[in-house]
Design a protein around this ligand. Sequence first.
Ligand code: DC
Length: 227
Amino acid sequence: MKLTIAIDGPAGAGKSTIAKILAKNFNIMYINTGSMYRAITLKALEQNIPSGEIEELCRLTDSLDMYFQNDRLILNGEDINDKLSLPEISSKVSHYASIPEIRVRLVKLQREMASKFDVVMDGRDIGTVVLKDAAFKFFLTASPEERAQRRFDELKRKGLDVNYEEILKEIIRRDFLDSNREVDPLRKAEDAIEIDTTGLNINEVVNKMSSYINKTLENIFMGDINE
Ligand code: DC
């Protein structure tokens, strides 16, 4: 059986931290789809391509080679992950991520990655679009204030000079854009398990998810033996 774990939810819900731990524990590959949209945004900004220049953006996307190695996105052979969480990228990425022509291309790439490896993949449309048949689907949420605090702590740890109120405003703005765009908006898949992580630490969330996955796998295994 292929092990495929889909995790969706708004920015700052803890998806990537949790997905990395699950990838390690289950010995599978972690695919951070948000970083793929961020990489397109980074390159578009470097080349001064605005989000309205669809043809040029398609050419740019087609010219990029992306793969994951040890949880990190390698873009044209270069590890650009440190640039991807810069506030300038965070504030523009929703615009580039809402372009259908870019989404089609990245979704295709994400499906190819999942067809080759057992994966845990996180994003906004994984359970609803990219991996509709995923064996496990989770939808993680948390209050905007808690998510803003987590992002603030994370950026501070990276040595960036950040302001909590600005991050909160940015999170609320991005929630709105991601949930209200026309193509593949953020929403919970009907068959996803929703976990509100407000007030929970990372280990508590990982334990909840892991015990659900292990129990389900055990039941499938026992079913196979009894047949
Ligand atoms: O998870 P993140 O904050 O790194 O995501 C960056 C942006 O990309 C966010 O605004 C939503 C968008 N995104 C998306 O539209 N679909 C995905 N599968 C992943 C991210």
